[in-house]
Write a protein that binds this ligand. Structure first.
Ligand SMILES: O=C(O)CCC(=O)C1=CC=C[C@@H](O)[C@@H]1C(=O)O
Ligand SMILES: [Mg+2]
Length: 369
């Protein structure tokens, strides 16, 4: 692939519903889009999932922009990349900054698949024709509002409901949800809101047949999670604390969790996400694809990675309409009875709508190769 231009765009999109977790509320989604254009004028697209604030991990939109502009793009500039799998190695001497790396690598993956004339899912090695998806519901102002939101999403056919918890909004609210929805596939995500001091309290969640408790402890902990997993029946799912396939191997070895939420951006790109998937599959550990409130472009990448066989549980890739009045892709991501069909078109399989992208672009910068 011979790129002749990369365009970075800072977009701002208004979420239909504010999204509240244990670390704050998001009303607008600001993110970086990467467009890699080759000599034939074909574009590969990807998005950085870094938030404007360092609340999920230490990266931010601005640190990503800086890393892409000053380090990552210069490394690939003028290089003939045969396969996007090469990019992880080219960038590995740069420490961390996984979301920035992933945004660049993802654009090359989309372009590669388009040049090969195959769907991104096929380029990744995915065989599924459709994927099961769930929905992640933020912390609401009242139990009634949460129950109403759950009811409307169950009615839409989502295969799994994920609710956020934090101290003061956990055991009682889960009990209330279970009272109204005794049969639904239900999980909770704590986003690191607890510590080992809360083990006795968290044990109460075992009473509710939850699919999993996601990331109860610190974003950089494996040891305390393994201690908790020894004391609770409910499977612990790891998100923020798994930064690579190596972290997954170590977490599995010491029993930190029984399920892993894979986020392409968190682990540094599709190539590493495939490796992580393979490590988990070899150990019989289920994985599913998490979300970072992506636009349709990031959503498309999540759909592709979810087509791998080891993605055995419904992910957080809900429909575009769950987040946006209007998405920046056509067609939008739609969910029918909790299922998304894997696109058959080359690349990400959804067409970025440049007019809508430009309308939402706060700032952009071009890098000529
Ligand atoms: O709908 C989605 O994209 C998933 C949203 C979601 O659950 C999360 C988004 C970003 C960070 C977290 O709060 C949380 C997660 O940890 O999975
Ligand atoms: Mg999570």
């Amino acid at each position: 692939m011979r790129i002749n231009r990369i365009i970075l765009r800072h977009l701002k999109m208004k979420l239909i519903h504010p999204f509240t977790t244990s670390f704050g509320t998001m009303r607008d989604k600001e993110f970086i889009l990467v467009e890699a254009i080759d000599h034939d004028g074909v574009s590969g697209w990807a998005e950085s999932v870094a938030f404007p604030e360092p609340s999920y991990n230490e990266e931010t939109l601005r640190t990503n922009w800086h890393m892409l502009e000053s380090f990552l793009i210069p490394i690939v500039q003028g290089r003939e990349i045969e396969h996007p799998g090469e990019i992880t190695g080219l960038l590995q001497h740069i420490r961390g900054n996984h979301m920035a790396k992933s945004a660049l690598e993802g654009a090359y993956w989309d372009l590669y698949a388009k040049k090969q004339g195959i769907p991104l899912a096929a380029a990744i090695g995915g065989k599924k024709q459709e994927i099961e998806v769930g929905v992640s519901i933020g912390i609401k102002n009242s139990p009634a509002e949460l129950l109403e939101t759950i009811a409307s999403n169950v009615a839409k056919g989502y295969k799994r409901i994920k609710i956020k918890i934090k101290p003061g909004w956990d055991v009682d609210i889960v009990a209330e949800v279970r009272k109204h929805f005794p049969q639904i596939a239900l999980m909770v995500d704590a986003n690191s809101a607890y510590t080992l001091a809360d083990v006795e309290h968290l044990k109460q969640l075992d009473a509710f047949s939850l699919m999993m408790i996601e990331q109860p402890f610190a974003y950089n902990d494996l040891i305390d999670h393994s201690e908790l997993q020894k004391q609770v029946q409910t499977p612990i799912c790891l998100d923020e604390c798994i930064h690579s396939s190596e972290d997954a191997r170590k977490a599995i070895q010491i029993g930190s969790g029984k399920i892993i939420n894979v986020k392409i951006g968190r682990v540094g790109g599709i190539q590493e996400a495939i490796k992580l998937h393979n490590v988990c599959q070899e150990s019989g550990v289920d994985v599913w694809c998490g979300g970072m409130l992506e636009s349709g472009i990031g959503r498309a990448h999540n759909i592709a990675i979810s087509s791998l066989a080891g993605f055995t549980l419904p992910g957080d890739t809900a429909a575009s309409a769950n987040y946006w009045e209007e998405d920046i892709i056509e067609p939008e991501v739609v969910v029918h009875d909790g299922l998304i069909r894997i696109p058959e078109k080359p690349g990400i399989g959804y067409a970025p709508v440049v007019k809508r992208i430009q309308e939402r672009t706060e700032y952009e910068q071009s890098f000529l190769f």
